[in-house]
Design a protein around this ligand. Structure first.
Ligand SMILES: Nc1ncnc2c1ncn2[C@@H]1O[C@H](COP(=O)(O)OP(=O)(O)OP(=O)(O)O)[C@@H](O)[C@H]1O
Ligand SMILES: [Mg+2]
Length: 151
């Protein structure tokens, strides 16, 4: 497996939706073509909420549906963003049909349930681990050092 780049590490408490919006704006400011953001976390930990916050910060004003059934939803933002939810992915081989490589070449990708196809993530992906324990929400971020300037 490719080495995971973890120069950047930060813990970000998410007590309310405003905190998620701030984190989303920070992540949005670091997106460019080739950037992958892996959103890890249990059911209900806040992955889609953070993806929505990122897309809102990029100017998406329409509804941001959860791509639970479509598996991918694409946005004509700057940069373009493809939002994946791999919960229902049957095999990592489906990622080719879902246009993952092109989406990552042409824009940034946000990936919920990356554990379904971890091999498609580039080694320099930003990893966001969301947790909800005893009512406390937390995001743990790891990735390349350039994220220091954004989050
Ligand atoms: N920072 C937060 N503060 C309060 N509530 C939050 C926060 N983040 C998310 N929530 C709420 O938690 C619930 C679940 O969030 P969300 O749908 O984003 O989770 P998910 O990780 O995408 O779940 P799934 O695995 O089912 O896709 C939603 O009702 C959402 O509003
Ligand atoms: Mg979700």
């Amino acid at each position: 497996m490719a080495p995971i780049c973890e120069t950047f590490r930060r813990e970000f408490p998410l007590p309310d939706l405003d905190a998620t919006a701030r984190l989303g704006a920070g992540i949005a400011s670091g997106l460019k073509p080739g950037v992958a953001v892996a959103l890890w976390g249990d059911l209900g930990s806040g992955k889609t909420t953070l993806a929505r916050a990122i897309l809102r910060a990029l100017g998406v004003s329409e509804d941001v549906p959860s791509p639970t059934f479509t598996l991918v939803q694409s946005y004509d933002t700057k940069p373009p963003v493809a939002h994946y939810d791999l919960y229902r992915l049957k095999s990592p081989r489906e990622m080719a049909e879902l246009g993952f490589d092109d989406a990552l070449a042409d824009g940034a990708v946000l990936v919920e349930w990356p554990e379904r196809a971890p091999e498609v993530l580039p080694p320099e992906a930003l990893h966001v681990r969301l947790s909800l324990q005893e009512g406390l929400r937390l995001a743990r971020l790891t990735g390349p050092g350039e994220w220091e300037a954004h989050v």
